[in-house]
Design a binder for this molecule. Structure first.
Ligand code: MLT
Length: 250
């Protein structure tokens, strides 16, 4: 009889911040495929020092004003559009090395930063996008923790297709690669796995089909954003909250 004891990883997924129950999860992973966590991942890849997230735009400006002008960038997006009075909106294409290297990004977006704030008390907090799915999954597995909460960002409190797709992508990678027994702990994640199996060979199309994809398309030419956000496993960056509200490469 094989008496080898296997570790368990319980994975659960919540569509939006308001759905998250009181949690004793040791790990939280926040996803905002279109586009906050993709922007965060690329900014860190391109050498940004850190990203501090805010819900409140006035607080963002006040906090940023205490930093040297040449060491800060203020990013704000509402409804998919860049806010007046800020340096950048929320596009992964805008956070180039030339613009972000060595700087702190002060960032507020419609939904993504709300989800990051919601789980900021969890011991390990990571931001995941499709480009860094594998890196985040490998980090989660290396920590040997039992409870992992995955949180999407949705749109103003409602479900989003693309975040659920990425939750399924993460769960699928862990199921295929972990030595632990993986328990899919809620129906939201079962559904996300099914979604991943349907769309995994056509991620770009899934993003464009999503309501927020259609919203972006109605606002202008976001073709390159879609391409960037739909890339899989090409970034080795693990964005982690290393002090409250501040995310760095780890
Ligand atoms: C959000 O936080 O809702 C977004 O990332 C929206 C966007 O800029 O596409």
């Amino acid at each position: 009889m094989n008496l080898e004891l296997k570790l368990i990883i319980n994975l659960s997924y919540y569509h939006v911040a308001d759905d998250v129950p009181e949690t004793d999860s040791e790990i939280a992973v926040v996803i905002d495929v279109l586009r906050a966590t993709t922007t965060i991942s690329w900014a860190l890849k391109n050498g940004a020092d850190s990203i501090q997230v805010f819900s409140d735009l006035d607080l963002l400006k006040d906090t940023a004003s205490n930093w040297d002008d040449d060491k800060r960038i203020m990013l704000a997006e509402r409804g998919g559009k860049t806010m007046n009075g800020f340096d950048l909106g929320n596009s992964p294409l805008s956070v180039t090395k030339e613009i972000v290297e060595g700087k702190r990004l002060f960032m507020s977006t419609t939904n993504g930063t709300k989800s990051l704030k919601k789980v900021q008390n969890v011991e390990y907090l990571f931001a995941m996008s499709l480009p860094n799915r594998k890196s985040v999954a490998e980090r989660i597995m290396s920590l040997n923790k039992e409870n992992v909460l995955i949180l999407g960002s949705g749109w103003e409190g409602s479900y989003s297709l693309e975040d659920s797709l990425a939750a399924g992508a993460l769960a699928s990678y862990i199921i295929e690669n972990s030595n632990s027994y993986v328990d899919i702990s809620n129906d939201e994640l079962q559904a996300s796995l099914a979604l991943w199996n349907v769309w995994k060979n056509n991620i770009l199309e899934c993003l464009k089909t999503a309501t927020h994809g259609k919203r972006l398309t109605s606002l202008g030419d976001y073709e390159d954003d879609f391409k960037c956000c739909s890339q899989l496993d090409c970034l080795d960056i693990v964005p982690a909250q290393l002090e409250r509200g501040v995310i760095r490469a780890s």
